[in-house]
Design a protein around this ligand. Structure first.
Ligand code: NAP
Length: 281
């Protein structure tokens, strides 16, 4: 029988631990504040920003939410980022993606002070991760490491295969698994023999953005499968990159969608805000 890795429960544990740390900081007169910027009113982004606001309130972190009109210019957005960079009361800055087409995302992400880049997207933080120095780590892959560790799954010495090489999931995931002493293979859309490579994995992370793509043929008996994908099907139900029904019985442990990786992303955003404050005190 396989283990279902419960991201809801583990993310709640993390938020509760952080809440205690934030309370202890408050008792010392120290506050933690996250600034979140949304440009435009993309419905999915509005939900994500609302969820971040709720998580901040739960953990006890102050949130400054800037909801800017779609017509905001790149210059105006860069000015706001600059102002938040200089504001000593602000510990973390997050710009909700995607941005409207007339704004250069890279330019905006580069403008965020790496010391406040709680999303871990700035090249300085990406570089720190790749050479093993401390810094902010992208929240979704950092959350996956927590899911594995807190479920008692050992990474060291394991054959890890990451499907996907995006800057926010696949690549940092590979670096983190390597940091935990896994043996890591990264696959992408030009990879040949994808099934054979995936079937080598003791730990298989699927982050390709294709609904139910990974079926039982991609999975070795007894593997741990982490499903990063999130898609809404025609019947309005959510599914991941993994065909849970056929894959789960072959695994020793698997994350469901919803309730697996998804809830971890915001918990790790909170973690990044709080741990940064603790590190500089
Ligand atoms: P992305 O930027 O679209 O990257 C997808 C990656 O998968 C690319 O590297 C691509 O290869 C690779 N790929 C696509 N088709 C493939 C195929 N047939 N075989 C092998 N590799 C293939 O996506 P992402 O941002 O990493 O996100 C991946 C999924 O995770 C999405 O469903 C997204 O919604 C979800 N997600 C969830 C969370 C969460 O909090 N749960 C957070 C972030 C993302 P190339 O590089 O060659 O194009």
């Amino acid at each position: 029988m396989y283990q279902i890795i419960d991201g809801k429960k583990i993310s709640q544990e993390i938020k509760d631990e952080l809440r205690e740390k934030v309370e202890a900081l408050k008792a010392r007169g120290v506050k933690v504040t996250l600034a979140v910027i949304q440009v435009g009113d993309d419905p999915a982004s509005s939900v994500y920003v609302g969820n971040k606001e709720k998580a901040c309130a739960y953990v006890g972190i102050g949130s400054l939410v800037y909801r800017l009109p779609r017509e905001t210019t790149q210059e105006e957005l860069l000015q706001l980022v600059g102002q938040l960079n200089r504001d000593d009361q602000v510990d973390g800055i997050l710009v909700q993606l995607p941005l409207p087409g007339h704004i250069d995302e890279d330019k905006v992400l580069l403008a965020i002070d790496p010391q406040k880049d709680v999303d871990g997207f700035h090249p300085v933080n990406v570089g720190n991760l790749s050479i093993g120095r401390p810094g902010f780590v992208s929240c979704t892959p950092a959350g996956i490491i927590q899911l594995l560790k807190r479920s008692g799954i050992q990474i060291e010495g394991k054959e890890c295969v990451v499907l996907g090489r995006s800057n926010i999931v696949g690549k940092p995931m590979a670096m983190l698994l390597l940091r935990e002493n896994g043996t890591v293979t990264v696959c992408h859309s030009r990879t040949k023999n994808l099934k054979e490579i995936a079937r080598r994995a003791d730990i298989l992370v699927a982050a390709i953005g294709k609904p139910c793509f990974v079926d039982a043929d991609y999975v070795k008996e007894g593997a741990v499968v982490i499903d990063v994908g999130i898609h809404r099907k025609a019947d309005n139900k959510l599914c991941g990159d993994v065909d849970f029904k056929s894959v789960a019985p072959r695994t020793s442990a698997i994350t469901p969608v919803p309730g697996g990786v998804g809830p971890m992303t915001i918990a790790m955003l909170m973690y990044n805000c709080v741990e940064k404050k603790l590190a500089i005190l």
